[in-house]
Design a binder for this molecule. Structure first.
Ligand code: UGA
Length: 438
């Protein structure tokens, strides 16, 4: 099939590359010229494991093409995927201006029937609104021939990819959710992903839109729940890792997303939980649980900082080695990263911070500038420091030579915000080791 992807962020680019790899002909469009130039050379604009490999492979086989002009490619294809951002507004609700702007362009440019697939995370009712924008086209062009030719079907197909594992998730997703008012269009969209063995959920557009928000909000709720349990563990001398293990063995609970720490970050959970609260409020329903989920997540970073202050005392002129800047491992993304918040807090308190992250340094420099030092290895970051803070769950931190690190530090204090290291081992290595709920 021939597909246009509009927007080459995480969702758009991974979807485009994935669909090309499945054998479709894909044109990816973005308004940012430098990004398109980069992509045409087979270079990914962000770090995502295996993305560049598949990018290069599919460009070479001419199944994947890039353009800055929607007009140039739109009428070569039958499926149009809207994958533009829906950033949060000041009140938490999703900004849909990019989605609607794309719908307006499609309305003006398409000259034959299209299936328009909305992959962006959008509030309930957005797909219907996109359809009403597209319908104006038909009304604007009054000939019978045009009306018969240009028909748009708008299908909701929300995305469930995780950053850092997005390519893997594309080919191994648990489910494919397709929301449509038209059975034939729903089947056509599901068939595009036919080679991926995912459970198909064919439903209404409103339900599909809500499945996306409900899924992210539920996962965020699991994290805030286990973080509250961790805080309680600290008070009653229980171990949250073992509590989570014991809970997770119950298949009804499952062990995933029960890792306690300094709270969730990224471009999705913080934004989507707030947006779902707005959607509820806007529909006259007060979703009380989500308010607590958001509050707990914000509090978690503060509690961790309090722990650090309690142990180190006045932070002025204290030297801190910060391990991790990304919002999680395997990504260079720092959006809503707890590590960045901690760095800002430490700087404000007068501490001298040296940070290391395998992928996110460049992005972190853009927001932190020269307020902290950036180095190229974990060993450099810990030289002569009063304490180490682990703020991202990079697996490489587990494998560090911690006895060697102890020798490099001024004093052997570790604050592990991601519960990455083994407390017993750290005790044996004679570290003063503090983590979350253990
Ligand atoms: C999340 C969802 O997991 C995806 O299914 C969804 O498609 C995506 O949002 C999206 O809406 O686009 P992502 O934000 O990439 O994916 O990352 P996650 O792996 O879900 O992690 C989010 C945050 O939660 C990270 O800061 C991570 O450190 C934290 N986390 C995760 C925990 O604190 N504990 C856990 O047990 C798991």
């Amino acid at each position: 099939m021939k597909i246009t992807i509009i927007g080459t962020g995480y969702v758009g680019l991974v979807t485009g590359v994935g669909l090309a790899e499945l054998g479709h002909t894909v044109y990816c469009v973005d308004t940012i010229k430098e990004k398109i130039d980069f992509l045409q050379k087979g270079q990914a604009p962000f770090y995502e494991p295996d993305l560049e490999k598949l990018l290069k492979k599919n460009i070479k086989s001419k199944r994947l093409m890039f353009s800055v002009s929607l007009a140039e490619v739109i009428n070569k294809t039958d499926f149009l995927f809207i994958c533009v951002g829906t950033p949060p507004q000041a009140n938490g609700s999703a900004d849909l201006s990019y989605v609607y702007a794309v719908a307006e362009q499609i309305k003006d440019l398409a000259n034959n029937s299209k299936i328009v697939v909305v992959k962006s995370t959008v509030p309930v009712g957005t797909n219907a609104k996109v359809e009403s924008i597209l319908a104006k086209n038909i009304r604007q062009r009054p000939t019978r021939l045009w009306r018969e030719k240009a028909k748009f079907s708008v299908v909701s197909c929300p995305e469930f990819l995780r950053e850092g594992r997005a390519i893997y998730d594309f080919f191994h997703s648990d489910r494919l959710v397709v929301g449509s008012t038209n059975e034939k269009s729903a089947k056509a969209v599901a068939d595009l992903f036919g080679k991926v063995k995912a459970q198909k959920v064919i439903t209404t557009r409103e339900t599909a839109e809500l499945i996306k928000y409900a899924s992210n909000a539920f996962l965020a709720t699991k994290i805030s729940f286990i973080n509250e349990i961790a805080n309680l563990c600290d008070k009653v001398k229980a171990d949250v890792t073992e509590v989570a293990l014991g809970m997770g063995l119950d298949k009804r609970i499952n062990p995933y997303f029960l890792k306690a720490g300094i709270g969730y970050g990224g471009s999705c959970f913080p934004k989507d939980v707030k947006a779902l609260r707005q959607i509820s409020g806007g529909n006259g329903y007060d979703f009380k649980l989500l308010k607590a989920v958001i509050e707990v997540n914000g509090k978690q970073r503060k509690i961790f900082m309090e722990k650090i202050k309690k142990v180190l005392g006045n932070l002025n002129n204290k030297k801190i080695g910060l391990l991790g800047l990304a919002f999680k491992d395997n990504t260079d993304d720092i959006r809503e990263s707890a590590a960045i918040d901690l760095a800002k807090y430490l700087v404000k308190a007068g501490a001298m911070v040296t940070a290391y992250d395998a992928k996110a340094t460049l992005n972190a420099k853009k927001v932190l500038g020269n307020k902290i030092n950036f180095v190229a290895s974990a060993y450099e970051a810990v030289k002569n420091v009063d304490a180490i803070i682990i703020a991202t769950e990079w697996p490489e931190f587990i494998k560090l030579d911690w006895l060697q690190i102890k020798k490099l530090m001024k004093q052997p204090i570790i604050f592990d915000g991601k519960n990455l290291l083994d407390p017993e081992q750290m005790k044996k290595n004679k570290f003063n080791y503090y983590s979350v709920g253990r």
